[in-house]
Design a protein around this ligand. Sequence first.
Ligand SMILES: *[C@@H]1O[C@H](CO)[C@@H](O)[C@H](O)[C@H]1NC(C)=O
Ligand SMILES: *[C@@H]1O[C@H](CO)[C@@H](O)[C@H](O)[C@H]1NC(C)=O
Ligand SMILES: *[C@@H]1O[C@H](CO)[C@@H](O)[C@H](O)[C@H]1NC(C)=O
Ligand SMILES: *[C@@H]1O[C@H](CO)[C@@H](O)[C@H](O)[C@H]1NC(C)=O
Ligand SMILES: *[C@@H]1O[C@H](CO)[C@@H](O)[C@H](O)[C@H]1NC(C)=O
Ligand SMILES: *[C@@H]1O[C@H](CO)[C@@H](O)[C@H](O)[C@H]1NC(C)=O
Ligand SMILES: *[C@@H]1O[C@H](CO)[C@@H](O)[C@H](O)[C@H]1NC(C)=O
Ligand SMILES: *[C@@H]1O[C@H](CO)[C@@H](O)[C@H](O)[C@H]1NC(C)=O
Length: 349
Amino acid sequence: MEMGRFCWCIIILVWVQACMIPGFSGCLEEEENALFLLKASINYPINESFSPSSKLINKQRTTTDCCNWTGVQCSNITGRVTHITLYGLIDSWSIGSEYWYLNTSLLLPFQELKSLYLDGYIHNFRVSKEGFERLSALSKLEELNLDYNDFNESILPSLGKIASLKKLSLRWNKISGRVPINKGFTMSKLEELNLYGNDFTDMRFISKIPSLKKLYLGEAKLNEGINIQELGKLKNLQELYLDDSSIDKSFLNKVGVMISLNVLSMRTCGLNGSLPNQGWCELKNLQELDLGDNDFEGRLPSCLANMTTLQVLNLAFNNFNGSISHSAIPSLQSLEHASKMDWQHDQLG
Ligand SMILES: *[C@@H]1O[C@H](CO)[C@@H](O)[C@H](O)[C@H]1NC(C)=O
Ligand SMILES: *[C@@H]1O[C@H](CO)[C@@H](O)[C@H](O)[C@H]1NC(C)=O
Ligand SMILES: *[C@@H]1O[C@H](CO)[C@@H](O)[C@H](O)[C@H]1NC(C)=O
Ligand SMILES: *[C@@H]1O[C@H](CO)[C@@H](O)[C@H](O)[C@H]1NC(C)=O
Ligand SMILES: *[C@@H]1O[C@H](CO)[C@@H](O)[C@H](O)[C@H]1NC(C)=O
Ligand SMILES: *[C@@H]1O[C@H](CO)[C@@H](O)[C@H](O)[C@H]1NC(C)=O
Ligand SMILES: *[C@@H]1O[C@H](CO)[C@@H](O)[C@H](O)[C@H]1NC(C)=O
Ligand SMILES: *[C@@H]1O[C@H](CO)[C@@H](O)[C@H](O)[C@H]1NC(C)=O
């Protein structure tokens, strides 16, 4: 018994000591103050958990503890803030006609910030004059999420100055017109751009980001908008998602020029008729193809047999007919998964 108590004392002592080691005890005071300023700047009701932990408030606070605020994460090595998200913390239902002007200078103390999520139905969220270009001073900022806001294309030039960005998400904003590109545009590290839900068609802008690997353009009227020549300039593009868009079928006759593609997803794009026998089977690196939930009909074209790297094929919810054994699928040696539900006249064997 005595021994057990003794061990407990040691464990508690070690634990208390560990908490005293600077760097492991919470964020910098300067960063905590910056969070208080940020919080105070938001002129809408904000969740109480975006504040110091209440347990600690009652005790005597010896260290800053902003790493424990909901929505804040710190590096477990330097103790500095690396991640801030306001998602779900602002009571967007109470938002009236007043704007929240984010003063981006308030974010500058977070010198090790890696990701910033300002998403979530904050429709009256604006950025004050200094603009997002200020964030270019945060050299570690790799990920920025502004989903579900009300920004239009005029936001992109200033975002384009944050040279460290690798991942930018702007789903469900109002980005549809031509993007004015100016001199300071330096998105040379951006690998993932998500513009789902924007009706965005300025492919000329996208072609200015040669580092892109993953692009989401879904839920848009892309009928006349997909300029395949511009998209074809993206020599590193591996994944292209166009789901839920209206697309002209002639796109399939040309998409073969994007030879770096691994994944092509065109689910629910209102495509009909039979699949062409050329123009798209030239995608020699394609591993995943999703053509589900369109109105394709007829037999699978023989050129499909040339897509030897294909591993996943989704053709569900179309009206293909004919026998699988006579289609090109059996010769696809890499194929691991093919979905063909609703294949009305399927005769396996
Ligand atoms: C505040 O945030 C916490 C943690 O994310 C959540 O559990 C709680 O439901 C939120 N409260 C309100 C009123 O939204
Ligand atoms: C933060 O919270 C965790 C668990 O909720 C706790 O173990 C830790 O001591 C807290 N740290 C600070 C600095 O408040
Ligand atoms: C520190 O964080 C990283 C990633 O967040 C994690 O993989 C690692 O296990 C953590 N290390 C410690 C000592 O908690
Ligand atoms: C933005 O914040 C900075 C730093 O707190 C401050 O100096 C500046 O006056 C603020 N700008 C505006 C327009 O409020
Ligand atoms: C885009 O947003 C800016 C800033 O809110 C606004 O001044 C401008 O009129 C908008 N442009 C269009 C085409 O809606
Ligand atoms: C495909 O859809 C278009 C537009 O909805 C229609 O005009 C055309 O007749 C359809 N073609 C076939 C083969 O069903
Ligand atoms: C398969 O589709 C083609 C073209 O739509 C049609 O001509 C043919 O009759 C269909 N075959 C069957 C078995 O439904
Ligand atoms: C498959 O590729 C070869 C070589 O690129 C080409 O000659 C042939 O026509 C293609 N087959 C089909 C059915 O497209």
